[in-house]
Design a protein around this ligand. Structure first.
Ligand code: 5RP
Length: 221
């Protein structure tokens, strides 16, 4: 039995998988919304759809294999035809904050290699002004010192306790009052020694499919 919000996530995910065709290499996102897409793709594979999946996390890889999607390593494919992933917040310029599930690094690598990146969200994720704490993946060595540098940018970084990413790093969830220019923030944060990647996704989403009570809405670049 799906909750109200989960139903909207499923609506968006099911709409997105309609764009998947035979022969495609498909990037599989991470999180509760992307999960709906993976499960539906598994059903489509059972009915004969011929695709290869590239996972953005160990968790999604496990689920995809369980539902029968043939999986490959990203190093085997130069281009991914289509990726379906979730997001924590999306603004009107299709800038995203991702990483609530801690998979932002692999998600960004996969997005950057995808011909088409489709983001699936429920309507609660659409915002005028970002407020979701910005996840920043940092190497464990000296993470407190990296946090000091993020603090100097006006963030209040909080270590995500008990969490290690698939690449063996930690996440600092960076709280803020006003995020400011996403381009400048991404550049500055990613330039800090110790930072591996931040959860700002700029010019990566080609289409956002929003699950709403009354149907789905599409936002395009
Ligand atoms: C994981 C992510 C997810 O896409 C994001 O956290 C949204 O998750 P959900 O669909 O569960 O709300 O970026 O790193």
């Amino acid at each position: 039995m799906l909750t109200g919000m989960d139903e909207l996530k499923q609506k968006a995910a099911h709409e997105a998988v309609k764009q998947v065709r035979d022969g495609m290499v498909v990037g599989l996102g991470t999180g509760s919304t992307a999960r709906h897409a993976i499960v539906r793709l598994g059903e489509m594979v059972v009915r004969g759809l011929d695709i290869v999946g590239i996972a953005t996390s160990v968790e999604s890889e496990r689920l995809a294999r369980k539902v029968g999607i043939p999986m490959a390593d990203i190093n085997e494919y130069e281009v991914i035809d289509i990726t379906i992933d979730g997001a924590d917040e999306v603004n009107g310029d299709l800038v995203l904050i991702k990483g609530g599930g801690g998979a932002l690094l692999r998600e960004k690598i996969v997005a950057s290699c995808s011909k088409k990146e489709i983001i699936v969200v429920d309507e609660g994720k659409l915002v005028k002004k970002f407020s979701f704490p910005l996840p920043v993946e940092v190497v464990p060595f000296g993470w407190k010192r990296t946090a000091d540098k993020l603090r100097a940018f006006g963030f209040t970084p909080q270590l995500r306790k008990g969490f290690v990413t698939d690449s063996g790093n930690v996440i600092l969830d960076c709280h803020y009052d006003e995020l400011g220019s996403p381009e400048k923030i991404e550049r500055a944060v990613n330039n800090l020694p110790g930072v591996v990647e931040c959860g700002l996704f700029i010019n990566l989403a080609d289409e956002v499919i929003v699950g709403k009570r009354e149907g789905v809405e599409r936002l395009k670049q």
